[in-house]
Design a protein. Structure first.
Length: 368
């Protein structure tokens, strides 16, 4: 397994940086928020709008508003009156004296004053309570999350894995992304996923992702050594979860399985084999691509053989055409004579047959 040598002249301590990242790992449930400057600009425009409403009301009042100096109330006077009124300063040097202007003060200027104060107080309260609300959302997420999917790494493989889960009917709320790079984490958060910013090979980061409650863990880093270390940590923390790991080199696949992965996907070699097969049989690539997109076209389903199905042959299973049976961790092809009669606990894989098999689920129509 290859590793990247350290740079001799660097003063950075990777171990200390990773430890700091683990301590700072926090779940970030997705929320819709505006950029700070945009939100501040919008509130400023609303405040200016309220000032203009009051100023226009004063100008339309004409002689109904009297200046204590006896002069006419002009544009500058109206803006001045609007500012001191909405901020509740109220010097009293410009006052409404007619019934119409007093009614306008009651119906327009007073609500504008209240709205201005609410806007000011709301901005202050939001700035003061943002951290509390974020902690509240995180604690609520931690209490509710269960049977979720964790994806470590949000590169090309991680994004594709998340997309495939969503296409197969998994809610975005049930997908948690663990990513160390801030730009990739921000991208995942913007797309609606809950994000943990931290090193997925560290136990504390995976605990923040509630790995002990996870249904499955998908490990998709860019390095094989990181995949092995993450798999070891994940298996220790979640002994019952399904762990699927990606590895670039075939020679490292057995290390993932020995580390606790239920399956190791060799990304580079698989792509190369598909390229070679497709060059001789152009439709092979199209069919494989169709199989990988579960929201349309062909689809493979898998379910466990029940007690009632045990003893029957693969051709007798309703709702699907079986192409493989997994028994005691071994995959047997449909034409393998060792299959014989199905046994309780076998897992059968095949294509849905007609309307009996739910697309992307069990043959009995329930999700596995």
């Amino acid at each position: 397994m290859s590793s990247t040598p350290s740079t001799g002249g660097s003063r950075r301590d990777p171990g200390r940086e990773a430890a700091a990242a683990a301590r700072q790992a926090r779940a970030q449930p997705p929320i819709q928020r505006r950029p700070p400057l945009q939100a501040l600009a919008l509130r400023g425009l609303l405040a200016v709008g309220l000032l203009l409403v009051v100023a226009v009301t004063v100008l339309l009042g004409g002689d109904g508003f009297v200046d204590e100096t006896g002069g006419d109330v002009g544009v500058v006077d109206a803006l001045y009156y609007a500012s001191v009124t909405t901020t509740t300063t109220g010097y009293g040097d410009i006052t409404p004296v007619t019934t119409g202007t007093r009614l306008a003060t009651l119906l327009v200027i007073t609500p504008a004053r209240v709205g201005f104060l609410l806007l000011l107080v709301g901005t202050t309260v939001e700035l003061l309570t943002e951290r509390w609300r974020e902690a509240h959302r995180r604690d609520r997420w931690r209490r509710r999350v269960d049977e979720h999917y964790i994806i470590t790494g949000y590169g090309v493989k991680g994004r594709s894995a998340a997309r495939a889960l969503c296409e197969d009917g998994v809610s975005q709320e049930a997908i948690v992304i663990v990513e160390l790079r801030r730009d990739a984490a921000d991208e995942a958060s913007a797309e609606g996923y809950t994000v943990i910013v931290g090193d997925a090979s560290r136990a504390q980061v995976l605990r923040e992702a509630r790995i002990e409650r996870a249904r499955a863990v998908i490990i998709a880093p860019s390095r094989d050594d990181t995949a092995v270390l993450t798999t070891l940590t994940a298996r220790e923390l979640a002994p019952r979860a399904t762990i699927i790991a990606s590895v670039r080199e075939e020679e490292n696949a057995h290390l993932l399985r020995q580390s606790g992965a239920d399956e190791a996907i060799v990304s580079a070699e698989t792509s190369g084999r598909l390229l070679g097969l497709t060059s001789r049989n152009p439709r092979v690539g199209q069919i494989v691509s169709d199989l990988l997109h579960t929201d349309y076209g062909l689809a493979l389903v898998e379910h466990e053989v029940s007690q009632g199905e045990a003893g029957s042959g693969i051709a007798d299973l309703p709702g699907q055409r079986t192409i493989a049976v997994v028994r005691d961790g071994r995959m047997l092809r449909y034409d393998d004579p060792e299959i014989g009669d199905l046994q309780e606990g076998d897992r059968v894989v095949g294509f849905p047959n007609g309307d009996d098999g739910a697309h992307g689920g069990r043959a009995d129509g329930t999700k596995d």
